[in-house]
Design a protein around this ligand. Structure first.
Ligand code: 6PG
Length: 509
């Protein structure tokens, strides 16, 4: 049989950065892939890369020039993976595949950063035409190539077909230490260890979980950036000095991919000017929307995730560059000399502890949001499993995820991560430095919106009586919105006739 007449295991649409790397990852694990992209140059690049990497082996990837050819090159029932931009392109490709003759028992898997409600809609919409399955992917380019974290959801039958493939190509974790097992060698993938791929639940839930992953990612990045700014602006440290501190922190409880890459970014010199690269990067942050979706979802569900929202706002604030430059000449801050009366060493230690405590709060917010969404949508999310698949491959991978895994293994019904004995103790012993760091930043006039919002979240969560009693009074005053009383049965509501001088209370049933 000629090489081209052998049917492929997987069809793949989209050979951009993520697509190309996922295709090569699949090929490394022995899957033959038929690939299609509207941009033929991208396909050529994948074929060339496969050729360069496979040595004397037969081609593992073949390129197709149409959707019809793609389907004809696959063994039935067909499995087609999409790596196309989220939104309209996903539906466009699905429609093209319907035209090309995809069948009811064929599976299309969307691996983009799709909005989870689109996934729910698509699953229903394409019912009877093919099985629409979703798998959210985290890990960027390198993750896609050598082991991403995968969050699949949808039809359980489709999952039985996809599971062995996803478990093969996913990132792996050492089951005893919870640490990633990494090897970035084409043709020599990691096959041992626990794969970072677990079935999340019904359609949409995987993309929801990935959305929250990204919300946490936004907040985690912002926290690191705030610590960097305090070191730079209050302590006058250079990018190189801050990089050294981050590298050191990365050896301990703050060990994470984001800490590691932040240290590397800070250590990099600009080839043109010789300056630290970070000093010539414009301070205007971009965003593609997943952090915003997380913040919107938390607002809609009434589930507080303020640090994630703050991280989104911080990106928006960063884009107001011209206004900020003008305001910096017009608006005054505190007088510097009465601010910092501590040693740099003390402040660095405070920032370390602040970052750790705030990070715990960010994860508490993210997991609480998933719990609330699960209750709302009837999903049975397994939080220990979710924490497990975030231990390697994804952008928020961190040593810390092992502790979260253990917290949910101790109690799968944990109301909030802050109530887990390990985490409550961690905050209890580190909180004073967190408070000092936030106070010091405020006194110095350095914005630390995420670090301080996490602190307020923690303080609000542990406060038995919040001022919402007065707020309810205000609402009743102007809008007769009623209130409950602390000394009466739950659910019974009351209203005061505020216009009367004696303000008689009326009970409302
Ligand atoms: C990942 C990343 C990835 C991407 C995000 C963030 O998990 O691999 O989250 O999905 O980097 O879309 O992008 P923005 O910062 O541009 O929103």
């Amino acid at each position: 049989m000629s090489e081209t007449s052998v049917l492929c295991d997987i069809g793949f649409v989209g050979a951009g950065v993520m697509g190309k790397n996922l295709i090569l990852n699949l090929a490394d694990h022995g899957y033959r892939v038929a690939a299609f992209d509207l941009d033929h140059k991208k396909l050529e690049a994948v074929i060339a890369q496969d050729k360069a990497e496979r040595g004397d082996q037969p081609a593992r990837v073949i390129s197709c020039s149409s959707y019809t050819e793609l389907l004809s090159r696959l063994s039935a029932p067909h499995l087609v993976i999409l790596s196309v931009p989220a939104g309209k392109p996903v539906d466009d490709v699905c429609l093209k595949l319907i035209d090309a003759g995809i069948q009811a028992d064929d599976i299309i898997v969307d691996t983009g950063n799709s909005l989870w409600t689109d996934t729910v809609r698509r699953e229903k919409h394409y019912e009877g035409k093919f099985i629409f399955f979703s798998t959210a992917v985290s890990g960027g380019e390198v993750g896609a190539r050598f082991g991403p974290s995968l969050m699949p959801s949808g039809d359980p039958y489709a999952w039985t077909r996809i599971e062995p493939i996803w478990r093969a190509i996913a990132a792996k974790v050492d089951p005893t230490t919870g640490r990633p097992l990494e090897r970035h060698e084409p043709g020599n993938p990691v096959i041992e260890g626990e794969p970072c791929a677990t079935y999340i639940g019904p359609g949409g839930s995987g993309h929801y979980v990935k959305m929250v992953h990204n919300g946490i990612e936004y907040a985690d990045m912002q926290l690191i950036c705030e610590v960097y700014q305090v070191m730079r602006d209050a302590l006058g440290m250079s990018a190189e000095q801050i990089s050294k501190v981050f590298k050191e922190w990365n050896q301990g409880i703050l060990n994470s991919y984001l800490m590691e890459i932040s240290a590397e970014v800070l250590a990099t010199k600009d080839s043109e000017t010789g300056l630290p690269l970070v000093d010539v990067i414009l301070d205007k942050a971009g965003q593609k929307g997943t952090g915003l979706w997380t913040a919107v979802s938390s607002l809609e569900l009434g589930c507080p995730a303020p640090t994630i929202s703050e991280a989104v706002f911080a990106r928006s604030m960063s884009t107001l560059k011209d206004q900020r430059v003008l305001a910096s000449t017009l608006l005054s801050g505190p007088v510097r000399e009465h601010c910092t009366n501590q040693s740099a060493e003390q402040m660095i230690k405070q920032l370390h502890d602040a970052l750790y405590c705030a990070k715990i709060c960010v994860y508490a917010q993210g997991f609480d949001l998933m719990k609330t969404a699960a209750a709302e949508h009837g999903w049975q999310l397994n939080f220990a499993e979710i924490a497990k698949i975030w231990r390697a491959g994804c952008i928020i991978r961190a040593v810390f995820l092992q502790s979260i895994t253990e917290a949910y293994e101790r109690n799968d019904d944990l109301q909030n991560l802050l109530l887990d004995p390990f985490f409550s103790k961690q905050i209890s012993v580190n909180q004073m430095n967190w408070r000092r760091a936030v106070a010091e930043a405020a006194m110095t006039g350095i914005p630390v919106s995420a670090l301080s919002s996490a602190l307020s979240y923690y303080d609000s969560y542990r406060t038995a009586v919040l001022p919402a009693n007065l707020l309810q009074g205000q609402r009743d005053y102007f809008g007769a919105h009623t209130f409950e009383r602390t000394d009466k049965a739950k659910g019974k509501t009351f209203h005061v006739d505020w216009s009367h001088t004696d303000r008689t209370m009326q009970k409302i049933k």
